[in-house]
Design a protein around this ligand. Structure first.
Ligand code: ADP
Ligand code: GLC
Length: 485
């Protein structure tokens, strides 16, 4: 089958979160299953030097019409990697900027045009470079592809058989813009109704994608259920519930070529389930990197790697921060995002310089060192569609403490010391004392060396390779092709 993947992020080119990891890994796995996969990405400023060496112009100019003007985009052939073909949409006036979405975690004012153009350019490019059986589009930035396909391109004979699968990685990011976006992107006004792209008087990219795609997926079974409820649906719960028969939850996999302590090139030492010795060196290396060399042997090192946004539950952490710092722990946190959380971590570290340290920023190598060097990984998310860091943590023998929501609930099983079963610690409510109680269970377990080693090994033995989820996606594609007949 021929598949086009459309997304705004993909490792190694452009990443702000887990979406990039997924779009970097899934296509390769589909190729292994015998499919032909092409990935289309915007040509951001940061991508240009990465493809400078072997880039080739695939299409010199495609006209993308706007209301009173045209834009002209080039398609740059980024070559094939592991059998996956990469094309980049070149439109310097929209993408040649320092950030993917906006400065300091914010939004560029023309994001509707930036990603509207992206969607239309992908469709136009495929008419010249190959129309696939399936467009697999990810999140709001690519969600207008099905909307264009089934409206202004509906009678294009080249697209008659093409199916669309939309994956929702996070229902909270919808791409909401003023009503006038409808005509700015050259859609007819009859599209701006509550059963199509309108949501409370906003033009809503993600809603359009949900309405017009053949099938929908999201990144864990639990989240597929959650988004049909008011608590997690972000006001799209009714539309999503209507489409429940076409919605599947497929848990993300892990790219073990990148995330395995036996081969990870960012670590001070390697280790495996059978030989854990190297993890001590990784812990020392991590403490050194964070200036926490004086932390004692008995302390549990708690690691955090995250976007600092409300989703991730750090408001709860701030409420227990003093109590937690009084325990026998050290905290090594890496992240960036909203100033309120960046400032909380800075302030916490300032108050406890010997045991709490934070690095505000984005640092891939350091994120691997934290996965390897910490004893406990903390992810108290308010909601979590899948979550990758807790799954990475399992492989690194770093015990996750998580809130039981979305993919966190699907992947982590509570430790039972008597039976020797389980992989981590979970709490259910959204109350600071529930979080602290889960951390305390972990700290108590840490004191029992043998039990803790068993707990680490239970997690390390779990396998979340992409081969399983890739087969599930292939089934979804087949179903869509069957339906479009
Ligand atoms: P989300 O996509 O909601 O951010 P995930 O757990 O799915 O959450 O994925 C987050 C990914 O982004 C992981 O690969 C994680 O290591 C990475 N990441 C997040 N923040 C940082 C950071 N500050 N520096 C390096 N990597 C980060
Ligand atoms: C989103 C979600 C995260 C998920 C990732 C990849 O960013 O917040 O939970 O793991 O997408 O699917």
């Amino acid at each position: 089958m021929q598949i086009v993947m459309a997304a705004s992020e993909c490792v190694p080119f452009a990443k702000t979160g887990g979406l990039a990891d997924v779009v970097g890994a899934l296509p390769r796995e589909l190729v292994k299953l015998g499919h032909k996969v092409t990935v289309y990405l915007p040509l951001y400023a940061r991508v240009r030097p990465m493809i400078a060496e072997n880039q080739r112009t695939a299409v010199e100019s495609i006209t993308i019409p706007f209301r009173y003007y045209n834009r002209f985009v080039g398609i740059v052939d980024g070559g094939a990697r592991d059998g996956v073909q990469f094309y980049f949409i070149d439109c310097p006036e929209l993408y040649d900027r320092p950030d993917l979405y906006g400065p300091n975690g914010g939004e560029y004012l023309d994001n509707a045009a930036r990603f509207g153009l992206y969607c239309r350019a992908v469709l136009e490019a495929t008419k010249l470079l190959g129309v696939p059986d399936i467009f697999h589009v990810h999140d709001w930035q690519a969600a207008l592809i099905p909307v264009y396909l089934r409206t202004v391109y509906a009678s294009d004979p080249m697209f008659r058989r093409a199916g669309v699968v939309l994956t929702l990685h996070n229902a909270a990011y919808q791409g909401k813009f003023p009503p006038v976006t409808t005509e700015q992107l050259l859609f007819p006004w009859d599209l701006f109704t509550m059963d199509k792209v309108e949501q409370y008087d906003r033009f809503n990219f993600l809603k359009g994608g949900v309405v017009f795609s053949d099938m929908l997926t999201t990144v864990s079974r639990r989240y597929a259920e959650e988004i049909q409820t008011p608590e997690f649906g972000e006001q799209l719960e009714d539309v999503l519930h209507n489409r429940a028969p076409d919605l599947r939850g497929i848990l993300n996999g892990v790219d073990y070529a990148q995330w395995d302590p036996a081969v990870d090139r960012n670590l001070a030492a390697h280790y495996t389930l059978d030989d854990l010795k190297g993890k001590r060196a990784c812990r020392a290396d991590l403490l050194h990197a964070f200036g926490l060399e004086h932390v004692t042997e008995t302390a549990s090192v708690i690691g955090i790697v995250s976007r600092f946004v409300t989703q991730k539950g750090f408001d709860m952490v701030s409420r227990i921060s003093e109590e937690l710092a009084a325990r026998d722990v050290a905290v090594a946190a890496l992240g960036s995002g909203e100033p309120i959380y960046e400032n909380f971590f800075r302030d916490w570290a300032f108050r406890h310089p010997a045991s709490v340290a934070v690095r505000v920023g984005y640092d891939d190598a350091l994120s691997h060192k934290i996965e390897a060097g910490a004893d406990i990984f903390l992810m108290p998310s308010r909601y979590e569609p899948c979550g990758l860091n807790q799954i990475y943590s399992l492989k690194y023998g770093t015990v996750p403490v998580v809130r039981a929501t979305g993919g966190l609930d699907d992947t982590i099983e509570e430790w039972d010391a008597a039976q020797g079963t389980g992989t981590g610690f979970k709490f259910h409510g959204y109350e600071p004392h529930d979080l602290l109680a889960a951390i305390d269970r972990a700290l108590a377990a840490f004191k029992d060396q043998d039990g803790w080693t068993k707990l680490m090994r239970n997690g390390m033995a779990r396998n979340y390779a992409w081969s399983g989820p890739a087969r599930e996606y292939a089934e979804v594609y087949k179903e869509v092709v069957r339906r479009r007949g």
